[in-house]
Design a protein around this ligand. Structure first.
Ligand code: FAD
Length: 450
């Protein structure tokens, strides 16, 4: 092993956004990294069973792109070559909010790309496959984690590969990026230890999504549209973003009894019932490509690994295993990528620590709490506008909602506040920037007018 290496073998469970980001982070510090993915991975981009959410709009936030850039230098060129469409935040997407149809259109210098989720994943997969010490093993399902003799550690996984008999793979470190976290939860159960406590926020959201060819003719003055509902009277919203190959993907979403249907006429009718007609008028008459996909999302979920006395040595949860966000806010992939970038920095720092893996485990869980603070609050607070939302209500909810509303009004008037708000929404800056006293004073003035 070289000096920068922390072990011989690391295993990553899952080749989603989190797993691929983690594999890249681990490659510099382990002789061999194996990414085990239950799905058969086709040599082209396409939907697959293990990530059914991939058939719905997946916005990549600028903070997620920044993390991917850190992990995979030059990733923007790869995405562009794969057909991703550049999007300048607040300029290229028409944002329609009650009272602001549209919200002021400005170039705030925030750039990201729009493409299908399979294209993002395929592009990352190609980069990971080029790393000489990383092997991607499709059709390999992890059954469970192997516990160390001390009962406090993980020393590998048991898996089934390509229909062959079950086998064990030893590992110095296992990263569980399986989305649901079944292997990690199974370890706690098998060891008779309490699993990490969970917070659930019940949102009961339904999605329906379809892809449409962009009609020929002059382009609109926007590349995408985001239509917010007038909450809490209605929860019906939509996001339409451009994809590779001159297509739009439209995701319609609603809560409780107002979920979008999966038939063509119903889809269009639901779009017609949005607060504005922009998306309906864009897709009415446009050729649909493929089926309408539906998805039910009952609740956001956060697993509090930070509340455990210690993480099992040799195990790191990552991505949706730690926190599954309400998809309406488009944060999950970006946070998974940010966690991958955090892991990369921590592995480099731990090289000279007495017990590097123990240190990385503890520092990672602590660092993730800071990463989650902004996206979790940005989703959890507005979700509680709807009285049907279940779960622990954030303290000071009413004040927080009024603050958000006043900030929005101020952002509409002042480009520098708009920029700050978009940077926070894109996870480029933490929410704590709103505590700036000058900004607070201005927001208070707005609040008094509401
Ligand atoms: C409807 C919907 C829309 C969304 N929209 C957005 C959006 O606009 N922007 C955004 O950033 N995020 C969005 N998300 C969230 C995003 O999809 C996830 O947060 C993100 O994919 C998490 O990455 P992950 O790597 O943790 O998990 P995943 O990407 O789900 O990957 C998990 C992988 O593990 C594999 N796996 C599972 N179990 C095993 C096993 N036992 N053995 C081997 N492999 C296994 C799976 O096949 C899969 O490949 C959306 C989610 C939903 C549901």
């Amino acid at each position: 092993m070289t000096q920068s290496q922390l072990g011989r073998h690391a295993v990553v469970i899952g080749a989603g956004i989190g797993g691929l980001s983690a594999a890249c982070a681990l490659a510099d510090h382990f002789e061999q990294v194996s990414v085990l993915e239950r799905d058969d991975l086709a040599p082209t981009a396409g939907p697959r069973a293990g990530t059914p959410q991939g058939r719905h709009v997946h916005a990549l936030l600028a903070g997620g792109l920044q993390a991917l850039r850190e992990l995979f230098p030059g990733i923007e060129d790869d995405l562009r070559q794969a057909g991703a469409v550049p999007l300048r935040g607040a300029l290229d997407v028409r944002v329609e909010r009650p009272g602001f149809d549209p919200f002021p259109v400005r170039d705030l210098g925030v750039l990201t790309y729009s493409m299908s989720r399979p294209i993002i994943e395929f592009t990352l997969r190609q980069r990971v496959q080029r790393l000489p010490n990383v092997s991607l093993r499709p059709s390999c399902r992890v059954l469970d984690l192997v516990a160390g003799a001390d009962g406090a550690s993980v020393t590998g996984v048991r898996c089934e590969e390509g229909g062959a008999a079950t086998r064990r793979l030893s590992a110095d470190l296992v990263v569980d990026a399986s989305g649901r976290g079944t292997p990690t939860l199974g370890w706690f159960e098998a060891m008779g230890r309490p699993a990490p406590p969970e917070t659930h926020i019940g949102v009961d959201i339904g999605y329906a999504s379809a892809v449409f060819e962009m009609p020929a003719g002059p382009d609109a003055d926007w590349k995408g549209v985001m239509t917010f509902p007038k909450a809490p009277q209605s929860s019906r919203g939509a996001l339409m973003l451009p994809l590779e190959g001159r297509c739009w993907m439209v995701s319609l979403g609603g809560r409780g009894g107002d979920k979008p249907p999966g038939d063509e006429a119903g889809f269009l009718e639901y779009a017609r019932g949005l607060r504005t007609r922009t998306i309906h008028d864009a897709i009415d008459g446009a050729r649909r490509v493929g089926d309408i996909a539906r998805f039910a999302f009952p609740s956001s979920m956060r697993r509090h690994f930070e509340q455990l006395p210690a993480l099992p040595r040799g195990l790191l949860p990552l991505g949706d295993v730690i926190c599954r966000f309400n998809p309406v806010y488009g944060q999950g992939m970006s946070v998974a990528a940010q966690e991958g970038a955090l892991l990369r920095r921590l592995l480099a720092e731990a090289v000279h620590a007495p017990d590097p893996l123990q240190r990385v485990g503890a520092d990672f869980i602590e660092g993730v709490q800071a990463l989650l603070e902004t996206p979790w609050a940005m989703a959890a607070i507005p979700d509680f506008i709807f009285p049907e939302t279940t779960g622990p209500r954030p303290p000071d909810l009413e004040r927080n909602l009024r603050f958000g509303s006043a900030l929005l009004h101020l952002a509409a008037k002042r480009p520098e506040v708009h920029k700050l708000m978009v940077e926070v929404q894109h996870l480029l800056k933490p929410r704590s920037v709103y505590r700036n006293p000058v900004l607070m004073a201005r927001v208070m003035v707005e609040m008094a007018k509401l």
